[in-house]
Structure formats: C-alpha cells, structure tokens
Design a protein around this ligand. Structure first.
Ligand code: ZN
Length: 168
C-alpha cells in the first residue's frame, strides 16, 4: 500500500516541490530506452518492446496496469496501456495524461512521440503516490499513427482530450 499524500493548502510550495522532483536523468533514460521504429507492420517487435518498457515502468511506480486490446485486421493484438493508481479511484474526476507509443513506418520516433512518453512516465513517477480530487490515468496509446486517435476521441472512451501543445 502506498502512502497517501493529501494536497496541502499551500499549493504553490506543493507544486514547486513536485516540479523539483523532475529528473533529467529519468527523462533521458526513457527517451534512450524507447527510441527505435515502433510500427505495427514494419517493426511490430519494436512496438511490443516499447509497450513492455512502458508497462514495466508504470508497474515500478506502483500503478495498476490495465491493457485495452485493439484487434487488428488480421487478428493482430495491439494494446493501449493504462496506468491507474492502485486501490481504485480516489477522486471523482479522471484526468487522462497520454502519449502514443507507435511510430510511422521508418522513424525512430524520438520526438513523435518518445519525448511525450518520457514526460508522461516522469509525471507518472512523481504523481503516482498522490491522492486528490482528480484521479490521474496515464495512457500510452497504440496505433495513433494509423488513425486510432480519432476513434478514441470520438467514440467517447474519454470524454475530453486536450493537447497542451495543440498538436498530436
Ligand atoms: Zn504522433
């Protein structure tokens, strides 16, 4: 059981203390572990290895891991990886923090989107022990480059998805 950390009234100091926990070493480690072609057709093993790395990291932070399966046209199995706080939801609202882990066919996908995954994993590490009004869920999406992002956002799996950069 993880120790629960209530959000204190002194929010500025609380936020600053958590920003101070962001580790360049962690971010670079994730990036170096993830860079490589992760495409469902040209590099399915890379896609699986990327997913396994992300799943392992989420578990190491004490998150419960949920795998949402997507079946491909030829019965291939792809998964969205959802890291959730252990012991069920503490807050009424869910905040989804996500990035996709597939790449286009020939790209090592460092910027698109291993950099996003590195930030998501570092946020997961720092936020996993916290309990507050919002329940964060850390989601690594597969097949975003194949158009599944639209499916996720339009079919109502998640009520509202915002990208801070305005991009994908
Ligand atoms: Zn992308």
């Amino acid at each position: 059981m993880l120790e629960r950390t209530p959000v204190p009234s002194d929010r500025k100091a609380f936020i600053a203390s958590h920003i101070a926990q962001i580790s360049e070493e962690q971010l670079l480690g994730h990036l170096e572990s993830l860079v490589g072609v992760r495409h469902p057709v040209t590099a399915p093993e890379g896609l699986r290895a990327g997913g396994a790395y992300i799943a392992g990291q989420m578990k190491s932070f004490g998150l419960d891991l949920l795998e949402e399966t997507i079946e491909g046209e030829h019965n291939e199995r792809f998964v969205n990886l959802i890291g959730r706080e252990s012991g069920g939801r503490s807050g009424k609202k869910i905040l989804v923090i996500g990035a996709h882990y597939d790449t286009v066919a020939e790209s090592p996908g460092a910027d698109d989107n291993a950099s996003g995954l590195a930030v998501m994993l570092e946020m997961a590490r720092i936020l996993a022990p916290l309990r507050g009004k919002l329940t964060p869920q850390f989601v690594a999406f597969s097949l975003e480059e194949e158009g599944f992002w639209e499916a996720i956002t339009t079919r109502g799996r998640f009520a509202e998805i915002r990208s801070p950069s305005g991009g994908r």
